[in-house]
Design a binder for this molecule. Structure first.
Ligand SMILES: Nc1ncnc2c1ncn2[C@@H]1O[C@H](COP(=O)(O)OP(=O)(O)O)[C@@H](O)[C@H]1O
Ligand SMILES: [Mg+2]
Length: 239
């Protein structure tokens, strides 16, 4: 049973429930890229991403990480803890791909010496710009303690996800997470973890286009988009 619509985003809709501390997150088939300049749909993505995210949130909980996940309640809906999302998109990179290649002149596919954590200001009007700790403090996006916690949390999540995706025969190139503060002031991993928010390469495929198993297939019009998500789901649910 869903209450009133709180917020409709690009990939999900949030509804209230009869418990003020619990929200319903409904995953959509809509896909966007390049700050919504490119729009489309991916057949069955809502159900696939909901299944993938549910499985991964449960895995991370077992590993001792606090997430907003409560339970999956339908093929494309999950109950989550209501949190105040910090307006910071936290990106962790293991291999250079996407915007960092353009920004710093790195070669696509170049392994990084160690995982890199980056902060982006979650602000669609500004195109989610890269920011530093100084900007986080200046704009009051988080306290300095929270900013330090965010970095450590992101690195911990990276470790667990790398282990997990390795079992799926997938390389975790990079990913984006959103962190929220719950009613008790505790930081929780929120939003979603899916092929929309992670770059995943098939370990067994060498071709740089063929190995892509994530939203880059949509961004770059590589075809077989839903098929790639389907394959990721199959491997994630079996891991
Ligand atoms: N547990 C939560 N509590 C409150 N808001 C959340 C929670 N999890 C995710 N959100 C927010 O829900 C919104 C909907 O998701 P999405 O469709 O991905 O939106 P967007 O278009 O902003 O990326 C996002 O703004 C996200 O930050
Ligand atoms: Mg989103």
């Amino acid at each position: 049973m869903s209450g009133t619509k709180l917020y409709e985003g690009k990939a999900k809709i949030l509804f209230t429930t009869n418990d003020p501390n619990i929200l319903l997150s409904r995953y959509k088939d809509d896909a966007t890229a390049f700050n919504a300049l490119k729009k489309g749909t991916i057949a069955n993505k809502g159900e696939m991403n909901c299944a993938i995210a549910s499985h991964i949130f449960q895995y991370l909980e077992i590993q001792g990480l606090a997430t907003h996940f409560i339970k999956q309640v339908s093929p494309n809906e999950m109950q989550v803890a209501a949190v105040k999302i910090l307006p910071i998109e936290v990106v962790v990179r293991n291999i250079a791909a996407g915007s960092i290649c353009k920004r710093l002149g790195l070669e696509q596919g170049q392994p990084l010496k160690q995982p890199l954590v980056e902060f982006f200001y979650k602000n669609d009007d500004l195109g989610d710009p890269l920011i530093t700790d100084a900007h986080v403090a200046m704009l009051d996006l988080a306290t300095p303690e929270q900013a330090a916690q965010l970095k450590q949390l992101a690195l911990d999540i990276n470790q667990h996800l790398q282990t997990f995706f390795d079992r799926c025969n997938l390389i975790l190139v990079d990913f984006k997470v959103e962190i929220g503060v719950d009613v008790k002031g505790k930081l929780l991993l929120a939003d979603e973890i899916s092929p929309d928010t992670c770059r995943l390469w098939d370990k067994a495929i060498a071709d740089p286009s063929d190995r892509i198993m994530d939203k880059d297939r949509f961004r770059q019009d590589l075809g077989n988009i839903a098929e790639a998500y389907q394959e990721v789901m199959k491997r994630v649910l079996a891991a």
